[in-house]
Design a protein around this ligand. Sequence first.
Ligand SMILES: Cc1cc2nc3c(=O)[nH]c(=O)nc-3n(C[C@H](O)[C@H](O)[C@H](O)COP(=O)(O)OP(=O)(O)OC[C@H]3O[C@@H](n4cnc5c(N)ncnc54)[C@H](O)[C@@H]3O)c2cc1C
Length: 453
Amino acid sequence: MKQITIPAETIPVLEEADICVIGGSCTGLFAAVRAARLGAKVVLIEKHNCFGGAATAGLVCMWHSIFDITGKKQIIGGLTFEMMERLEKRGAIGEFRKGGPHVPRIPFNSSELTLELDALAQEHLGIRTFFHTFFSRPVMAGDGTISAVIAENKSGRFAVAAKFFIDASGDGLLCRAAGFPMRRAEHPQPPTACALLENFRKTGDVDLKALIERNRQRYPDLPCGYSWGTAVPGSEDVYMLSATRVLNCDCMEADAITRAEFESRRQIRALTSLLRETVPDAHVTLLGLPAEIGVRESCHIISEGTLRGKEMLAGNCYHDTIGAGTYPVDIHGNADDSISFLHLTGSRQLFRSRTLVREERWLPEGEFLPFYRIPLSCLVPRGAKNLIAAGRMLDADGDSFGAVRVMVNLNQCGEAAGVAACCALNSGKAITEVDGAEVRKTLNRGGSLVPDV
Ligand SMILES: Cc1cc2nc3c(=O)[nH]c(=O)nc-3n(C[C@H](O)[C@H](O)[C@H](O)COP(=O)(O)OP(=O)(O)OC[C@H]3O[C@@H](n4cnc5c(N)ncnc54)[C@H](O)[C@@H]3O)c2cc1C
């Protein structure tokens, strides 16, 4: 391949901060807010025009229960709960004050979330946000610490110097560029583009699965896989449909993700054409597409302690627990149309072609796991000094990732990353030396409900 050499360049250091966060999903923003509340000066770099990541730009408008599966004990508080309360005041979220064994789904309005995340960020004067700004690479100090990051936006290329960095880019871009070892998932969960449809519910009792299978020859672009969706709270007619699936896509590869954008939109085009043809009176209208395809899984850091499904689902009490969850292990097949769920109630289900093909117990009859715990160590890149990762790049095996990958869990990881960064800065320690118990205590003092170990 032909190559060019870029001449050496001198660029401005636009900000000198305590902490620099790359990526502004709830994970990244919540990290920034928790750190700012502890007095840190924070810079946040986000490539889109808003916070929220998959929840806003990706249209993924569903959180899950903040209770254990008995429904009696609230296990998730902090900024997730604060944001739920804010959305409630705007009539923009479903019921979140009740729990239960089947992990209640909590739909919200993504656009309203965008507004509330804006407000949250602007209430914290210690946070400077750069939207429309793309992180490109770190500047390393000789001893393996990161001294600055380089970013680009309309104004040009610049640096942000900081004492500590939080990688909340989803893909672990900062960790990778800083040279920390990464691994690709063996069977990464496939990406999906969601869509906003008006009048989808007026298609009534059309069996989507049967309709798709009957018409696949006429519409070869029709999606395979599991489809789900939700009415957008506050609206009579608008529905978020998550029905596409791009198989065998390496979401870290630029050509592959470009093809995936095309393919997922072809799937949406075929599906909406078929719905209009089948139920013309419903007037199904395509109202919105995501700013980018939703990536479920790309690559993972190699951390101080891989999160393993076997231990997590045995109810392991990690000494450095920083969060808890109840979402089931939910694995979308990457090479076929399957999906499997392992519920904390003790049952396991496998669906193929949207049909339940197997159901069995993974726990003895009558037994269940009230919730699982998430440790800090799976966010800490092995050997890192002033860097922590929060988000779907966390170090988890297939089973544990299937469960922790949802937003109510990753939000807690973000908050923990912000607090852990402050603990490291205040104590002068490397992130690998930070005491998990201190992080947990600080989280809980700030409104989190991290369970004791
Ligand atoms: C289709 C789909 C359905 C899902 N359904 C659910 C569900 O119902 N409920 C649920 O809780 N979870 C669901 N998930 C999972 C969940 O949405 C994700 O795992 C989670 O949102 C990932 O959060 P994150 O912060 O790691 O990454 P992201 O949300 O991807 O955020 C990464 C952020 O970093 C920014 N960024 C990336 N690179 C750069 C860069 N170079 N410079 C600057 N900024 C950058 C991005 O713009 C983005 O804002 C679903 C996922 C998909 C794809």
